[in-house]
Write a protein that binds this ligand. Structure first.
Ligand code: SF4
Length: 198
């Protein structure tokens, strides 16, 4: 880990990011001098769902007293970016584009606001492939540091056990809707999601 890191933590939702934010807030990641949580998820559909996840994220950041920022929700533009990949499965090529799209925004946000590195919780979910997230980040973040931090999963689960977070039952985009809600989403292992999650 380099020194003097001013980190943008790209986050998809409160359940996925809870442990990471707590670790950062407690100074548990050495070398990080400053950080901000960036909620940037134009992939999430519909807007009501996006708003629920965003509000949970804001609530948790405010409880911990950490800085946060919310990006634009331009779902139509995001949909154009993944055009032709609608039938890809979760973890497929559409997700490569989706991760890169959000990392590109995080990079621009970081440069504009004086941060020098990016980390994310997009690979935290049991439905995600961390190596796919890391590969997308490394392709996209060529002129800014990417730090593939492995967050403390036990801490994340412990926080989720005592928190009443809203938990979604699909990753985010309309192409990731699941046919039926799955019981697992009610438990600590289950922010079913795709941007990240439990
Ligand atoms: S399944 Fe999730 S990561 Fe993949 S494209 Fe949809 S919102 Fe993005």
């Amino acid at each position: 880990m380099p020194d003097n890191v001013k980190l943008v933590l790209l986050s998809c939702c409160a359940p996925c990011s809870a442990g990471a934010i707590k670790q950062l807030a407690d100074g548990g990641i050495s070398g990080v001098d400053d950080f901000v949580v960036l909620f940037y998820n134009p992939n999430i559909f519909p807007n009501e769902e996006y708003t629920k996840r965003m509000n949970e994220q804001i609530k948790y950041c405010e409880e911990l007293g950490v800085k946060y920022a919310v990006g634009d929700w331009d779902h139509d533009k995001w949909k154009n970016a993944v055009r032709g990949l609608e039938n890809e499965p979760e973890r497929g090529k559409r997700c490569d584009v989706c991760f890169a799209y959000r990392f590109a925004y995080a990079r621009n946000f970081a440069i504009k606001n004086g941060y020098n590195a990016i980390a994310s919780v997009l690979g935290v979910s049991k439905h995600k492939d961390q190596s796919q997230v890391d590969a997308a980040a490394k392709r996209e973040l060529v002129d800014i540091g990417y730090i593939p931090i492995r967050w403390d999963e036990n801490l994340r689960q412990a926080i989720n056990r005592v928190s009443n977070f809203y938990r979604q039952n699909y990753c985010g985009c309309e192409f990731s809707f699941r046919k039926k809600p799955q019981p697992a989403i009610l438990g600590i292992n289950g922010c079913e999601t795709g941007n990240g999650t439990l």
